[in-house]
Design a protein around this ligand. Structure first.
Ligand code: MG
Length: 366
């Protein structure tokens, strides 16, 4: 089995940074969609993929084990570095060996299989709306436009341990496997995705066209697409050499942004120590004041006991309620925001998520 690959990632039309990452390192392929503020999102998605890649290179464990190890790495980094507190990421990875793709998955990025003219989603979204669809409360069409469609029920790096879905797909000649972040299918419906997958035979051009379609539809999120075309060339594929045949794989190295993030944290601390309040005051986060959710200006750190933040707005939202939501469990350590508006939007999202989290429970969803 020979695998030909195409990959494209794009910031989209709205976001200020690209928090998606991908890995195209045959026979290993993955996409990750980071979250937790600008820096946190980038660090989380890159660290997760770097960890999986490093373990795969050493041949340690199954893909599932490698993803669980990546969870621990992201979780530990988020505990260690307050600048990336609360970060997490999705991760959908495929390892193609012996004519089969072993898929490991956490979150709401997706793997699709295009076979003989029909498109099938291989992975299950770990989202609130998917739970609601399964419980028969809303239709898949309603889920597509639901205001809480971004609320994850499972993510990588937000807990010390994570449950990883593992799926095996036996590949046939002509199969097309696609990994993508929600910036694609959130913008482009599956009929359109299928039409592009059918119309364009070249995997790289397919990835580019899918990204263009998402941008034309608004591009409100980062978009990442990895396309894998399986061709039966009569050879047994026993490892990286066989699977790596085809165009020279490309990938985005993950270490640099991560180092930049760490360097920025050091600069921030140094700036704080010399009293450079101007820089610190350009930072925002959402935390807790008087047992309520509050917006802070500054950074959630107190080097040498020097307060580097102050409350700008105390909301009526109870901190203990918000802390029950998986997504905001690090609220007590402060969740970073790029601007005051973003901090306010985060508070509004907490309010909505809190409401949404009540609904399925009342309807009897576990
Ligand atoms: Mg996304």
């Amino acid at each position: 089995m020979k695998i030909e690959t195409g990959v494209a990632t794009d910031i989209g039309k709205v976001r200020e940074g690209n928090e998606d990452s991908y890995l195209v390192e045959p026979p290993l392929f993955a996409v990750a969609d980071g979250m937790g503020g600008h820096r946190g999102g980038e660090v989380a998605s890159h660290l997760a993929l770097d960890t999986v890649e490093a373990l795969a290179e050493q041949g340690r464990g199954t893909l599932g084990d490698q993803v669980r190890e990546a969870n621990r790495a992201v979780y530990e980094e988020s505990q260690r570095d307050r600048a990336v507190t609360g970060m997490g990421t999705t991760l959908t990875a495929a390892r193609v060996v012996d004519g089969a793709a072993r898929v490991a998955h956490v979150g709401d990025s997706r793997a699709y299989l295009m076979r003989a003219g029909s498109l099938r989603q291989v992975t299950d979204d770990h989202t609130l709306v998917n739970r609601m669809v399964k419980a028969g409360e809303i239709t898949p069409e309603e889920a597509q436009v639901h205001p809480h469609r971004n609320v994850l029920t499972r993510a990588l790096g937000t807990e010390p341990d994570v449950q990883v879905d593992e799926i095996e797909v036996a590949l046939m000649d002509g199969d097309r496997l696609m990994l993508c972040s929600d910036g694609l299918f959130g913008m482009v419906n599956e009929d359109q995705i299928q039409a592009i997958l059918e119309a364009e035979p070249d995997p790289q051009k397919t990835a580019d066209r899918l990204v263009r379609a998402a941008n034309r539809a608004g591009g409100v999120d980062n978009i990442t697409v990895v396309v894998l075309d399986a061709h039966d060339d009569g050879t047994a594929d026993d490892g990286p050499e066989a699977a790596g045949a085809g165009p020279q794989p490309t990938r985005r190295r993950g270490l640099l942004p991560w180092l930049l993030g760490a360097a920025l944290a050091v600069v921030l601390l140094a700036a704080a120590l010399v009293g450079a309040r101007a820089y610190v005051d350009g930072q925002w986060y959402v935390g807790i004041a008087n047992e309520h959710v509050a917006i802070f200006q500054g950074v959630p750190a107190e080097p040498l006991g020097y307060h580097l933040s102050h409350v700008v707005e105390e909301t009526d939202l109870g901190a203990s309620d918000v802390l029950t939501l998986e997504l905001y469990r690090t609220l007590d350590q402060g969740i970073n925001a790029d601007t005051r508006e973003q901090a306010q939007a985060l508070v509004e999202q907490m309010r909505k998520d809190l409401k949404a989290s009540d609904q399925p429970q009342q309807a009897g969803v576990p």
